[in-house]
Design a protein around this ligand. Sequence first.
Ligand SMILES: Cc1cc2nc3c(=O)[nH]c(=O)nc-3n(C[C@H](O)[C@H](O)[C@H](O)COP(=O)(O)OP(=O)(O)OC[C@H]3O[C@@H](n4cnc5c(N)ncnc54)[C@H](O)[C@@H]3O)c2cc1C
Length: 388
Amino acid sequence: MDLTLSDEQRELVRWASEFAESKLAAEAMLRQDRDSPAEWQNHSSFLAQQGLLGLSLPEQYGGGGLKRLDALLVVEAVSRVCPYSGAIVRWTVGGPSAFIAELANPELKAAYLPDIARGAAAISVAMTEPDAGTASSDLTSRAVHTNGQYTITGSKIFITLADRATAFVVYCRFVEAGGDAGVGAIIVNRDAPGLRVGERIEWMGGNVYPLYLDDVVVDEAQVLISPQGSKDSYKRLMQTYNVERLGGLFELLGIAQLALDKSVTYARERHQFGKPIASFQAVQLRLADMAMRLAAARLLTYKAASSADNGTVSRLDVSMARVTTTEMVQQVTSDAMHIHGGYGLTKEFGLEWLYRFTRHHTIAGGTSDIHRSMIASDLTGLHFDHRE
Ligand SMILES: Cc1cc2nc3c(=O)[nH]c(=O)nc-3n(C[C@H](O)[C@H](O)[C@H](O)COP(=O)(O)OP(=O)(O)OC[C@H]3O[C@@H](n4cnc5c(N)ncnc54)[C@H](O)[C@@H]3O)c2cc1C
């Protein structure tokens, strides 16, 4: 069993880390406060010029052609220095672009992936509805087929980056079968008549948006996957969602490492009672716990990602990595604030933002409760029907 990175992977991480330190570090903790669609766009273009976007997308579509794990290592390395930049990099690797890279036909890939790789496009996934959150297969948005087109009606909520997305992967019901049987997804461009992004919803770490689809007419060529074309379309969407989820975990590993790095430095430099606070056992134990939690989460996440390239990403591995890593980062960023004392709670030190920004990951992408339930299902071999 080899749990180490290859020479090539280490070189890739070194390259990404050096770039991040030299080009991103100076303003790393300021970027999220300046965030806007224009700022995101500018910074995306800059990162694309440096060869950091779309690293795992196929070369024929302008991507870097890297294995997914290798590209995700870059997400981690960049997030460790600048979480805002890391989020952009991941959005083009394991983020929503994964849906197009994994599921689209060659025409759709050619239409969307090159723009993603050059930082000119952002895709949002629109799955959640007001009455279909954890029970995502209860969604009621509909796609009705007539004369080579689909007419889509419905509303979505909590859509990340909807203020700047150039297109949306919209989950909807293609046939009137109950549960997940009739669900597929279609790509809807932002400028489609009848599509409207609603007022922003502020959450503790940023903004999300409702999305309204009012008789939006889309050519049938925009279908990503439908129950008519693939009888297990919902299952395949959720398998792809597992790949998408992995990207977020590498971002969190980088952020947790950043919080730990800052804490180690501070513990050595901050003096109380005439000596560094690192000499106090309470601080030492907290640092050790942070490092152990991070190391354990990293191993689980790397294991889950190692099978992503051959299409065999394991739901069990992803759920275990997800619960462990999303809960780890909450604890580690909270511990980092604690080690920094009162300063840790100030905006100036940036740690409170890391804590706020990462908090949603035990909810978005499937709550930790539902992931635990899926882990238990795999362990026991029992299918838990949450409707009974
Ligand atoms: C910041 C943020 C960004 C998001 N981005 C997106 C996005 O880009 N696209 C998108 O489509 N969605 C997005 N979401 C939505 C997210 O996926 C949902 O919030 C999530 O799936 C939970 O749904 P809900 O909020 O309706 O909670 P609910 O499903 O109502 O859950 C409420 C509580 O009940 C628990 N619960 C529910 N069912 C069960 C069960 N069977 N067993 C045990 N516990 C259960 C949950 O764990 C939770 O604690 C985002 C959410 C947030 C907060």
